[in-house]
Design a protein around this ligand. Structure first.
Ligand code: GDG
Length: 734
């Protein structure tokens, strides 16, 4: 069977209403459903979600299930209690406020969390009844953040995308969540994690770094043998539908009806779901301030404020509704006249034709959320404009602000600024309005909802392919057998083995990486195998290697990434006579960076200098490391030095020194038939590059490499070497 496309979201794109025992089904024409349409044509598709109706009746459930199956939808039923704790509770009283920076509204309640977990499992089970490993699965939004991991556990090879429709907050906020690790783990089950803006991507990556110690390379994270990509995909709208709305007969009729009602008044339009994140009260105060400052506009402007009821079972929403009623009443009372009501307040959802009629005729679109993942209203307002007339006032906190730069951007907390922006918008010459609208429409037309969805799915598939191509090289049972056979059949042998990150885990505190008994035993056995030369490579100083490994018989040691070599039974020697004068020029620069970056420090080795920032604030360390690299690269260009950025270090050393150069010391003097090199760091790449074609090179971890194979971690390295030892010992006894 061919690949299928499965989308899974909290709500199915359908409205089911029950009247006198009779169910009616009405497909919702939301943007997301439109975006998915092209996949429905391309693949066999399925949409899984809550059908929006609560029922305990088995028969009713069955009938809904059957009816939805015809529409390629699968319902996940929830009880009233689950709805309260998972949807109203954890989703909308915990995640929603926290991710919108309303920590004062955030409720941490164990019960909510438990139900959230349970419901996520329910969704996963519903999906797993249908999904196969080669399907493409797209999970949507904050209600289902545990799902990617739950699916990955059961279908390890599946292609999973996740898109978050709301902001991802800064680490400082995210860290306050007691269940942050589970949420993080849930999301990391995906192959692609999409956000509306690059800021949210940044915040997410920073949380990955700080909570899980996961580094990224241009948004790519290597984790659990997978490459996970985090990227921004600013959601678009059904541009054609909105832009074409003004041509519809019904919409035209509605437009002239509304225009007549408004008489000569300029129309300011405000449309949102009722939500504290949308900044509705502040917006009203801004309008009030405008009327106070510019009484000449009384009876000349009208604010139509459409507020769509939402989450009315949640207390903070009910409170907001009450406040809203009061403030609207107050402003209308203070400024209104017998023939003029400043604010027309509609607490309901409008049909599409009425909504777009308002978009079409409004002079100003007033969109001022405190935080908003994207805000589609702003985009729809601009898209509807066919006559080039209208000004958008937009909060800089809305994701849409990144793309709608020609609008009047305001800070939603600044009531004066909102008032001034309204005044200013009323003065913008028509020519300028037209230019601004056309500029913004170009973007909206190009990156519409279809393009957005395709872009996301294309990136998901590409990333999956990339991830798999990296895994092709992974060492499995067959490769191990192949290596052992090569070892058995070819002699003499030489093995270059890196230490930190290869035989022991990379540790931010290197003093913890001292070899334990197991590692020492392993090296002892390996170094004494027949016809096998073992070289232990390290960036550490020779004194440390001497102290830790000096007593291991027959072991060759290579320190400071190849500057020092101690062949078994001999003394430490430098490979070349190296100049050290450059250090005097570089030390003062490093000292300056050490002073400016608390926690960072300098390590002076014989032939290199290293600036370490593993104990500093990670973000600051990275910024400083880049600055330092820039500075040093310019300075060292004529000093025959190399500057390298490694794992939380910047290292400067003589250009001739490398693990590859040190390996030549062995390879040039004797002809080896089995050559083996293994390491995890950027310095090991030099070793791999300098090895003959028939060498067996292995990279530990998932970073880019020229090595022939990959191995997951130091644990697997130890297992592999134990297998080699077994083979070598066999040889001794036979
Ligand atoms: C979440 C994120 C992100 C509104 N009133 C009426 C009506 N609407 C439609 C609009 C628009 C949609 O509802 C609202 O979308 P927003 O994007 O503005 O806001 P949220 O509902 O909070 O959506 C948001 C979005 O997800 C997508 O990722 O942009 O940041 O919070 O399409 O047209 N539609 C009709 N009558 C109304 O009265 N027919």
């Amino acid at each position: 069977m061919s690949k299928r496309f499965i989308i899974i979201s909290n709500r199915l794109p359908i409205n089911i209403t029950k009247r006198r025992g009779e169910m009616t089904y009405k497909k919702s024409a939301g943007g997301l459903a439109t975006g998915m349409a092209s996949f429905y044509e391309k693949y066999e598709s399925l949409w899984i979600g809550w059908p929006g109706i609560i029922t305990d009746k088995k028969q009713e459930k069955e009938s809904i299930r059957e009816n939805l199956r015809k529409e390629d939808m699968v319902p996940v039923f929830l009880s009233r209690r689950e709805q309260e704790n998972y949807y109203e509770g954890f989703s909308n009283k915990t995640i929603w406020p926290l991710f919108h920076y309303f920590s004062q509204n955030t409720i941490y309640e164990q019960n909510y969390w438990e139900t959230y977990k349970k419901v996520n499992i329910r969704f996963a089970e519903a999906l797993l009844k249908f999904a196969k490993e080669d399907d493409i699965i797209w999970v949507h939004d904050y209600h289902l953040m545990l799902l990617p991991h739950l699916i990955r556990e059961k279908l390890p090879a599946s292609t999973i995308g996740f898109f978050l429709h709301i902001p991802f907050p800064s680490y400082e906020l995210f860290r306050t969540l007691p269940w942050r690790d589970d949420i993080m783990q849930g999301l990391l089950g995906a192959d692609l994690i999409g956000f509306h803006t690059f800021d949210y991507v940044r915040h997410f990556l920073s949380s990955c770094r700080r909570l899980k110690g996961l580094d990224h390379d241009l948004g790519r994270i290597n984790w659990e043998e997978r490459i996970i990509k985090a990227d921004s995909f600013p959601m678009g709208i059904d541009y054609k539908k909105y832009h074409g709305s003004g041509l519809k007969r019904e919409v035209k009729k509605e437009m002239s009806r509304q225009r007549n009602r408004l008489q000569e008044c300029k129309l300011i339009l405000s449309i949102d779901r009722l939500d504290y994140s949308k900044g509705i009260l502040q917006r009203l105060e801004g309008f009030n301030k405008f009327l106070e400052k510019h009484p000449e506009y009384r009876e000349k402007v009208t604010l139509i404020m459409v507020v769509v009821p939402s989450r009315s079972r949640v207390e903070s929403y009910r409170r907001l509704k009450h406040q809203l009623d009061t403030v609207v009443g107050r402003i209308n009372g203070v400024h209104g006249t017998i023939g003029w009501t400043p604010i027309w307040y509609l607490y309901r959802s409008l049909p599409f034709n009425s909504l777009t009629a308002l978009y079409n005729i409004a002079d100003i679109g007033l969109v001022t959320p405190f935080r908003d993942g994207m805000n589609l209203v702003a985009k729809e307002f601009i898209a509807c404009k066919r006559n080039g007339k209208g000004v958008l006032i937009l909060s800089e906190m809305a994701g849409a602000a990144d793309e709608l730069g020609e609008s009047l951007l305001i800070n939603p907390n600044d009531i004066e600024e909102i008032a001034d922006a309204i005044y200013h918008a009323l003065q913008v010459p028509e020519e300028e309005q037209k230019n601004q609208i056309e500029e913004m429409q170009k973007n909206l037309k190009r990156y519409d909802i279809i393009r957005w969805a395709n872009d996301f799915i294309d990136t998901l598939i590409q990333n999956k392919e990339h991830s798999e191509s990296m895994l092709v090289k992974s060492i499995g049972r067959e490769t191990t057998e192949f290596l052992v056979r090569a070892y058995r059949e070819n002699s003499p042998r030489i093995m270059f083995i890196d230490y930190d990150g290869t035989l022991v885990p990379f540790s931010p505190a290197p003093e913890l990486s001292k070899p334990d008994k197991t590692v020492l035993q392993l090296l002892k056995k390996l170094a004494t195998l027949k016809n096998c030369t073992v070289v232990l490579n390290s960036g550490r100083q020779k004194d440390t290697l001497e102290e830790w490994f000096g007593s291991v018989p027959d072991l060759n040691l290579c320190a400071e990434h190849g500057a020092w070599l101690k062949k078994a039974g001999e003394n430490w020697n430098t490979i070349e006579t190296l100049n050290q004068d450059w250090k005097n020029e570089v030390i003062p620069i490093l000292e300056k960076y050490a002073e400016r970056t608390p926690g960072s420090f300098i390590e002076a080795k014989d032939y290199s200098l290293v600036w370490h920032y593993r104990k500093a604030d990670i973000g600051l360390g990275e910024v400083r490391a880049h600055e330092l690299m820039d500075r040093l690269v310019a300075l060292t260009a004529n000093l025959n030095l190399q500057v390298m950025e490694g794992n939380m270090v910047v290292e400067i050393k003589n250009a001739g020194v490398s693990k590859g150069r040190a390996a030549q010391e062995f390879l040039e003097k004797k002809h080896y038939h089995f050559i083996f090199g293994i390491g995890d760091a950027y310095t090991d790449e030099m070793l791999f590059q300098n090895m003959p074609d028939n060498a067996h090179t292995i990279k530990v971890g998932f970073r880019a490499t020229v090595a022939k194979y990959r191995i997951k971690s130091y644990k697997q390295v130890r297992e592999l070497l134990q297998t080699v030892i077994k083979e070598g010992l066999n040889e001794k006894t036979t």
